[in-house]
Design a protein around this ligand. Structure first.
Ligand code: ADP
Length: 442
């Protein structure tokens, strides 16, 4: 196809040649008349096709593209080609979008795209069902206006999205959702909702089973333990030769009772979906009493006592459930005592209990100079019945459930447990609380 500029140049040259020729065979006026009349026709022709093009642009359609004449035939052919490509790309894009929509609709999870200001931009039908949304009416509305759950709102604004969030549906109490937020692009977020109602049911069954078994075992064990104690104490009731066996039976019953108590505590904490108490805790006096209990435990376990020190920022109080947090602090301190020998010649059994701000964060920590833990065990310590040193745990009255209880209580208080340890050197267990839970007194 000849370039449009060449075609126009050829036409004008031909017109000039014709005009010059007519000048030769006739006169200058006739030549000028022929030249200007042809030029006028040329301009009107362009205006006509420009108008056609303008009319087409107002209502563009592939079928309606004019055929054109001369230069304009080339222009309209190119336009037709461009439009065909465009229509083809559009069809491709539409079918890709349709496939994407079908795929996301088939997903069991719900997807919602949130804008940088947390407004709903798009969501799948499953998200509409699970979260009670309606894209036609809720598009561009803030998600917090539609999911009115205070814990969800703080999860959204806290921007700590590494852990998913469990949401009990307010519209349907039987529905339990796991919500995960994933930031992407320019501060936008992808919200994934996963229906975990069945899993939750199984978990409730498991918790109920453990709680029921523990309850059922508690009474018979108390009776057995009571009789054993009576028999041991009763003069002449047990032959001297059998006394050590009876004492062993008594010790094992006490151990079983302790395990049952811990199992009951754990299942009570796990099944408690209500927020913990939010009362102000005087950390100085609470930790002083934890220290006193620790001194008592140290005296009962070892001949040579531990050196238990306390470092408390008395201007810093904590908000939470005092009973639950006392259990956390006592568990960590009692572990430090139980896993720190005092008969070691090189070390004297140092334990430091501290509470205060560390890098701006409120931290309770217990540092010991005990046996330490190998790195490979650290991630598993909060699992139920996970023990590194079984015999030491048993000898010192451990149940293997202490750190599980600690972990669950801390989760309820939005706090996290950090464990640093070196084998043979000692360990530091730290509970890091959110700043929202502290009260600065000065
Ligand atoms: P246990 O009743 O057996 O102490 P826990 O759940 O409290 O159960 O602790 C789990 C395991 O973690 C313990 O058995 C022990 O091996 C290890 N552990 C906990 N605290 C310490 C510590 N301060 N020093 C060394 N090991 C520890």
């Amino acid at each position: 196809m000849l370039d449009i500029r060449w075609k126009a140049a050829v036409f004008i040259c031909a017109l000039i040649i014709i005009s010059l020729f007519s000048w030769l065979i006739s006169d200058a006026t006739t030549a000028l008349l022929i030249f200007s009349a042809s030029l006028l026709v040329y301009i009107f022709n362009h205006i006509f096709w420009l108008h056609k093009l303008q009319t087409w642009f107002k209502k563009p359609s592939l079928k309606e593209i004019p055929e054109g004449l001369g230069l304009w035939e080339d222009v309209f052919t190119l336009l037709l080609k461009y439009e065909r490509n465009n229509t083809f790309n559009q069809t491709q894009l539409n079918s890709a979008l349709e496939r994407f929509n079908l795929a996301t609709s088939a997903m069991p999870d719900g997807l919602v795209i949130l804008s940088s200001s947390n407004e709903i931009e798009w969501c799948t039908p499953n998200a509409e069902n699970q979260l009670g949304l309606d894209l036609t009416t809720d598009k561009n509305l803030p998600i917090v206006n539609l999911i009115r759950n205070s814990s969800f709102i703080s999860y959204l604004y806290n921007e700590q999205y590494h852990e998913p969030f469990k949401l009990k549906s307010w519209r349907n109490p039987d529905l339990v959702l796991e919500i995960q937020l994933i930031p992407f692009a320019n501060n936008q977020k992808l919200l994934i909702s996963h229906d975990m109602t069945q899993l939750e049911k199984v978990d409730i069954m498991r918790r109920d089973f453990i709680a029921n078994v523990s309850h059922e075992l508690r009474t018979p064990l108390t009776v057995v333990g009571g009789f054993l104690e009576t028999l041991i104490d009763m003069e002449g009731a047990v032959p001297e030769k059998l006394k050590p066996y009876f004492t062993m039976m008594d010790e094992q019953t006490i151990r079983m009772r302790r395990i049952i108590e811990d199992l009951l505590t754990l299942s009570t904490i796990e099944s408690n979906s209500e927020d913990p108490d939010n009362s102000e805790i005087n950390m100085s006096s609470l930790l002083k009493s934890v220290q006193n209990d620790a001194i008592g435990l140290s005296q009962s376990l070892t001949k040579k006592e531990h050196n238990i020190r306390l470092q408390v920022d008395s201007n810093l109080n904590l908000r939470g459930s005092i009973d639950e947090l006392r259990s956390v602090f006592s568990n960590l301190v009692s572990n430090a005592i139980r896993y720190t020998p005092t008969n070691d010649a090189s070390k004297s059994g140092e334990i430091l209990i501290s509470w205060g701000l560390q890098d701006g964060e409120p931290v309770f920590s217990v540092q010991d100079s005990g046996i330490g833990i190998e790195q490979r065990h650290i991630d598993r310590l909060t699992e139920r019945f996970y023990r590194v040193d079984r015999s030491r745990s048993r000898e010192t009255g451990g149940t293997g459930l202490g750190l599980s209880i600690v972990k669950h209580i801390l989760i309820r208080h939005q706090a996290k447990l950090e464990i640093r340890s070196e084998l043979g050197v000692g360990s530091t267990f730290s509970a890091i609380f959110p700043k929202a839970r502290i009260l600065q007194l000065k």
